[in-house]
Design a protein around this ligand. Structure first.
Ligand SMILES: [Cu+2]
Length: 312
């Protein structure tokens, strides 16, 4: 029985590490990144993974070794001093941190230093992804983002786009008007409404005005490394630039290129089926062709019933 616990903890540690090593090869890892800022988010993720991984192995290793060294033996009675030997690899550490006071200083200062580093390391990435003023700088002069309005509700994403005529108008406006433009482009009777579909163009910034009609939802585009909560009463700008497309000329998804938009906040009983799709068109012409198609459907009253409902 004495060896049982150190075996159990040892096997758990090896299994956890093994799972991380095997995950990328069996498709259990993160989805492929396809946006401009994705690699920066991934780098932060890997830094944290390495730090936590090293400390997980270190602390579990010490735990397992000590459980082994000081395992119970049948002749051990309560009050006996255990004859176990400190495992060799812990000895140098144990010689330095030989009082509870020193150990406590170490386990306070080391995590504090690491947390401080992680806090500092993410600042510029966070600012570039989340501060609206940075978005305006990232968009080149004379280029306007694809703008849409995503309003979440139990249990779907309702998306509103400016129609073709207004899109042309918007494309000529200086990009850094990003936020202010929205005042001008607030709901119009001829806007294009779709449900659970976000459309974008390769290498073109997308500016989503995110809101919710009921509870908190979370707008999550894993392939874009975008995740933002939609909060009641707030309109939150979200932006990203896709760097690859996933649909053909007809707007159909290429094989293996289904990019989902799941809700990442448990928002009620239908949460699991609250999944939209992201369609990134190769060119602006393809996007406009798609937009014109939906407009025509809406004019003729042949748009899908959901989209009609969204119009009301
Ligand atoms: Cu939701």
């Amino acid at each position: 029985m004495g060896k049982f616990w150190s075996f159990l903890f040892g096997i758990t540690m090896v299994a956890c590490v093994g799972l991380f090593v095997a995950a990328p090869f069996v498709g259990w890892w993160m989805v492929e990144p396809h946006s401009l800022h994705a690699s920066r988010v991934d780098n932060l993720f890997y830094i944290i993974l390495v730090v936590t991984g090293i400390f997980f192995i270190l602390t579990e290793g010490v735990l397992v070794a000590l459980m082994w060294a000081y395992r119970g033996t049948p002749d051990l009675k309560a009050g006996d001093i255990h004859k176990g030997e400190l495992p060799g690899f812990i000895r140098p550490l144990a010689n330095v941190f030989n009082t509870p006071h020193k150990i406590e200083i170490a386990w306070t200062l080391v995590p504090a230093a690491i947390l401080l580093y992680l806090g500092m390391a993410q600042i510029s990435t966070w600012a570039d992804i989340k501060y609206l003023s940075r978005m305006e700088k990232q968009i080149k002069d004379g280029e306007s983002p694809i703008v849409c309005d995503v309003s979440a509700r139990q249990f779907e994403w309702r998306v509103r786009y400016p129609n073709s005529a207004r899109l042309k108008e918007m494309q000529t406006i200086k990009a850094n008007a990003g936020k202010r433009d929205w005042e001008k482009f607030s709901p119009h009777y001829d806007d294009v409404h779709v449900v659970n579909e976000v459309h974008a163009v390769k290498n073109k910034p997308v500016l989503v005005h995110l809101s919710t009609r009921d509870v908190i939802h979370s707008f999550n585009l894993p392939h874009m490394r975008v995740k933002q909560d939609a909060l009641p009463g707030k309109m939150i700008p979200v932006w990203f630039t896709p760097i690859s497309s996933n649909v053909d000329k007809e707007g159909k998804e290429l094989p293996g290129k289904i990019w989902e938009l799941p809700c990442a906040e448990l928002c009620g009983w239908g949460h699991v089926r609250m999944v939209g799709r992201l369609y990134v068109h190769e060119t602006m012409d393809d996007y406009q062709a798609w937009l014109a198609g939906v407009e025509k459907q809406q004019r003729n009253g042949t748009s899908p019933p959901q989209a009609v409902a969204a119009n009301q």
